[in-house]
Design a protein around this ligand. Structure first.
Ligand code: C2E
Ligand code: CA
Ligand code: CA
Length: 688
């Protein structure tokens, strides 16, 4: 036995869905995302800024190292040119040396200036570099400035042809080749060391940053995302719980109990299903008010729960419909005992304020797997048992049987097959068969006179086979019936148009209208459009409506429309006459042309004298109203003869012809019994 909890009975509750909870969670989520993303963005921007500063420093160092190298080359060149100056090969080479030195000194000076000037000059960056450039005893700046100054003096003297002296040159060359390049080399080394240090620093910063980022992510996960995900999960659970609960009674709703039933049946647990329908709830609700109605429903929920064990399920599946699952109960006797207890409990009055509300209930019981083993079928079976019980007497308990389940399963298969057969252009497998209606006024020796053909739906399905209208019409429901009716009419009208074109000029087709179709406000217009589309006029059709349909379901407006069709040539017939329970006054609602006497009377002619009396009475009633009478279901010569003596106008039945598909009908009309005809309807040409 399972222990699916039955929800407790609440007092009047506010609506359970809490939009504020959803909104708050959504806001918290948004805030969490913003904080988490901002932190990550800040980290990324900081790292980027640090990296670009570092790259800039590195490139400045590389530039300095380049320049220092160039300065060394320049000082070596100056040394070489100084040698040319003291020992020129001729006057021109001396002048060249002066110009060369002048140029090199100027470039040396510019290059040096760019190294030592400016606030961001790399030379100022670290203390050791600064010391080497500016402070130490042989500071590069001083050495270079001094060297350049001395070179300028020498150049001035050389231009005046006043030197320089060999000693001066030797001293300067020594400086250009020794002291100066050494100082520059030293600077290069210091820059390289600074750059190496910076890379090492960057690496350690990088590691720290990664650690920091990971820590940040962990903190975000811990303090932002984890709580958020828990909140969302909680919200989802709340919502799904609330989606499966009826807010008024706190019971499970239809969806939830269907799921629970499916799960139980899958596990192989036997389940007794009891559907409960309150009697006269609507009246109480209307008379005592909705608050009283709600109190009544809550009281019902409480009483039903009292009647079952803790593991059972009580659900509310509609306005005043409840369903109870007795888990683990697989026998009818136990289910019956509980159902009796429930009915008795629900028949006790409910006190609401100063009112005493009277309750009653009708119940339907089905047991799985005895009656059926799928949730849909067992629920339907219990429902049908309830409907049967209600029809017999309210306040009783109906039981399903295995036969119900088979019928329900078959009905579901038929509906599924029908839906699958519907296409854009029509319904695959559906066609109209036509059954001739024969005049009884013509001497049978002389042949037969066909007055019209009744169109009857035929459905041939690849797996379900031939399904008769008697089987599928009651199960497919009004919408599908209307769709089917339209398809059958189209087919029948096409066949008739063809027969008329081939000589059967006076023939008509009788079209059956179901209750669902007659309830459609535009049915008359639809029929007229179909007749026109087939190239026919309204005098080609007869419309058959059963007494039952005519009774109460059809609106006066539709009757007017149908009467209008009659005014323009269509005939209106009352079908299955004699089977309905209508008062004869209903016959006056619609102007009619004929009644069709139901086959049950016809087939009892000669067997039961009362049948002949009913036919005779019908004939006289019809004559009095100016209606023709058509007898249905004529199977024997005796029946036909009997009907003739009763002055019946026309007949239809297997004696003359069965309903026939188009080709069989053509054969019947050209070479079969229908070929020897008399009367107004002309002969059909042999082939199209
Ligand atoms: P219905 O309108 O009373 O049609 C006459 C029924 O009697 C047809 O049954 C026909 O095949 C049957 N029948 C004809 N002659 C004899 C006979 O000599 N003996 C016996 N035992 N039966 C005979 P069917 O075709 O099975 O149709 C059953 C009912 O389904 C029809 O009764 C009609 O109410 C409905 N129906 C059939 N086709 C359509 C349709 O296209 N639209 C609508 N709305 N209803 C249809
Ligand atoms: Ca009919
Ligand atoms: Ca009939």
């Amino acid at each position: 036995m399972t222990s699916l909890p039955t929800a407790p009975i609440p007092a009047a509750r506010p609506p359970r869905v809490r939009p504020d909870l959803v909104l708050a969670t959504q806001r918290r989520l948004a805030r969490g995302y913003v904080i988490a993303l901002s932190l990550i963005a800040a980290l990324t921007i900081g790292a980027g800024w640090f990296l670009s500063a570092l790259v800039e420093r590195q490139s400045e160092d590389a530039m300095v190292i380049n320049r220092a190298g160039a300065q060394r080359v320049l000082s070596e060149r100056i040394a070489a040119l100084l040698a040319d100056l003291v020992h020129p090969r001729n006057r021109t080479s001396r002048l060249d040396a002066i110009e060369g030195i002048d140029d090199a000194v100027r470039r040396l000076e510019t290059s040096h200036a760019s190294l030592v000037s400016g606030p961001d000059a790399p030379a100022r960056e670290t203390s050791s570099l600064h010391f080497h450039y500016f402070a130490g005893p042989g500071a590069l700046d001083r050495t270079m400035t001094d060297f350049i100054a001395r070179m300028r003096t020498i150049l001035a003297a050389a231009r005046d042809n006043a030197g320089p002296s060999e000693e001066e040159v030797a001293a300067l060359r020594a400086q250009a080749l020794g002291f100066l390049p050494d100082a520059l080399q030293m600077a290069v080394g210091l820059h390289e060391a600074a750059s190496r240090g910076r890379v090492a620093y960057a690496r350690s910063v990088h590691h720290t940053a990664i650690g920091f980022a990971l820590g940040l992510l962990a903190l975000e996960a811990l303090f932002i995302f984890w709580p958020l995900s828990r909140q969302v999960g909680q919200l989802a659970r709340t919502l799904s719980r609330e989606a499966s609960i009826d807010p008024l009674t706190g019971l499970m709703n239809r969806r939830a109990i269907t799921t629970a039933l499916g799960e139980a049946l899958t596990r192989g647990t036997p389940v007794a299903v009891i559907v409960v329908d309150l009697d006269h709830f609507k009246e109480v609700n209307d008379a005592a008010g909705h608050a009283a109605g709600d109190a009544l429903l809550r009281a019902v929920a409480a009483r039903l729960i009292e009647c079952v064990r803790p593991g059972d399920i009580v659900g509310r599946i509609g306005g005043d419909e409840f369903t109870v699952f007795l888990m683990g109960v697989g026998d009818v006797a136990t289910a019956r005992i509980v159902a009796d207890r429930m009915r008795d409990s629900l028949h006790r009055p409910v006190i609401h304020g100063d009112r005493t509300l009277r309750l009653g209930a009708t119940l339907g019981v089905a047991v799985a797997p005895l009656d059926a083993d799928t949730p849909e079928v067992i629920l339907r079976a219990a429902d049908e048992a309830l409907i049967r019980a209600k029809r017999e007497s309210r306040g009783t308990i109906g039981h399903a049987s295995r036969g119900d389940a088979d019928r329900i399963t078959r009905a579901a298969a038929i509906i599924g097959a029908f839906d699958a057969s519907c296409t854009e252009t029509g319904i695959t497998g559906i066609s109209a068969h036509l059954q001739p209606i024969i005049s009884l006024r013509v001497d049978p020796e002389a042949g037969i006179e066909v007055l019209s053909f009744e169109a009857l739906a035929r459905w041939s399905h690849p797996t379900l086979g031939q399904i008769s209208p008697g089987e599928f019409l009651p199960v497919i429901g009004p919408e599908r019936t209307a769709r089917l009716g339209a398809a059958v009419r189209d087919d029948a009208l096409r066949i008739l148009a063809d027969l008329r074109a081939r000589g059967l000029t006076g023939a008509r087709v009788a079209l059956n209208l179901s209750a669902g179709e007659v309830m459609r406000p535009d049915i008359a217009l639809e029929i007229e459009a179909q007749v026109q589309a087939a190239g026919l006029s309204l005098d080609a059709i007869e419309i058959e409506i059963t007494e039952e349909v005519l009774l109460d379901r059809v609106s006066d407006r539709t009757l007017e429309h149908l009467a209008a069709l009659r005014g323009r040539g269509a005939k209106l017939m009352l079908d299955d006459f004699g089977t309905g329970t209508s008062g004869l006054s209903q016959l006056l609602r619609l102007p009619l042309d004929a009644v069709k006497l139901d086959k049950t009377f016809v087939q009892r002619l000669g067997v039961d004298d009362r049948a002949a009396e009913i036919v005779r009475a019908t004939m006289s009633l019809a004559r009095g109203l100016g209606l023709e009478v058509i007898a249905e279901g004529v199977e024997t010569e005796q029946q036909a003869a009997h009907l003739r003596t009763l002055d019946c106008d026309a007949a239809q039945g297997f004696l003359f012809a069965r309903p026939m598909a188009r080709t069989a009908l053509e054969a019947w009309l050209t070479t079969g019994p229908g070929a020897q005809r008399t009367g107004a309807v002309h002969r059909l040409a042999r082939s199209a």
